[in-house]
Design a protein around this ligand. Structure first.
Ligand code: PTJ
Length: 252
């Protein structure tokens, strides 16, 4: 890997790109994951590569929802595993939400590699190697889930989701927290709470917010959740993109 100078203006973005490439080299991330990352980068550039105030509100709501959940669950794919393995383990440790590997381009080999990768980053138990339940109404490989994880979860955290499964999980009566830099994606439009932010910023933010909110009573947490409007958050993300484009010299 070429060394990226730390003072390079796009250091963070370029080192993230390298992490995804290593994920592919190590058999964790799918080749399609590179394309997904590219699309994410384009949207991240348009929102200014920083957490928007609406994304912060969504992250705060997600933290409250996870704390309120009876059975939270965390879905891990090949991109999330490559980008934020340690942070996902921390989120699981802090909340008791099991980590479950769930892949769109599922191969047994990749599932096992991701489990091992999460274990190297401190995970004790990781679900997903032996799915024993099926998400109804979903024909993709992502319908393979574990009874003790995503299947019985009431709140599911799903970074980089595909729209179909988001909808299928919602149809099961679950609350879905999605992280997706594209505010126009079907996932973004369907999820209970959509965090339009880069996963590399979103997960650390949520962990910090969970630390702040732990110990607050349920009424307080419920107040945060009730006060959140997902459509308003998405509209703010789109407005921010338009504003950013207008600010670029030459555009009116
Ligand atoms: O590991 P697998 O087999 O489960 O496959 C995972 C991918 C991501 C390849 C698969 O789910 C897929 O093809 O996803 P999509 O339909 O391309 O959607 C990915 C979404 O994530 C896009 O809307 C991107 O904008 C967004 N995205 C990409 N990188 C990031 C991101 N959102 C937040 N943070 C990122 N770093």
């Amino acid at each position: 890997m070429t060394d990226i100078p730390q003072d390079h203006p796009r250091y963070r973005s370029l080192s993230t790109r390298h992490r995804i490439v290593s994920g592919v080299d190590n058999g964790i991330t799918s080749l399609e994951g590179l394309i997904a990352q590219g699309r994410g980068e384009a949207f991240d550039y348009l929102i200014g590569e920083d957490t928007l105030s609406s994304a912060r509100a969504a992250e705060y709501t997600a933290a409250a929802m996870i704390l309120l959940a009876k059975r939270p669950g965390i879905s891990v794919n090949g991109n999330a595993a490559a980008l934020v393995p340690e942070e996902l383990v921390q989120l699981s440790d802090k909340t008791g939400a099991p980590l479950e590997v769930n892949l769109f381009y599922r191969t047994e080999e990749r599932v096992l590699k991701i489990i091992k990768h999460l274990q190297v980053h401190g995970a004790r138990e990781v679900l997903g190697a032996e799915p024993d339940a099926t998400i109804p109404g979903l024909s993709s490989q992502r319908n393979n889930v574990c009874q003790s994880g995503i299947y019985s979860a009431d709140v599911v955290f799903v970074p980089l989701e595909d729209g179909d499964r988001c909808e299928a999980l919602m149809n099961m009566g679950k609350q879905v927290i999605a992280v997706d830099l594209n505010p126009l994606s079907r996932t973004s439009q369907k999820a209970t709470v959509t965090i339009v932010d880069n996963i590399i910023r979103a997960v650390p933010n949520i962990i910090e917010m969970i630390g702040e909110l732990q110990g607050k009573d349920n009424d307080y947490l419920q107040g945060i959740v009730s006060g959140f409007d997902n459509q308003k958050g998405l509209a703010h993300a789109l407005d921010s993109i338009f504003r950013h484009l207008r600010d670029i010299k030459g555009l009116h």
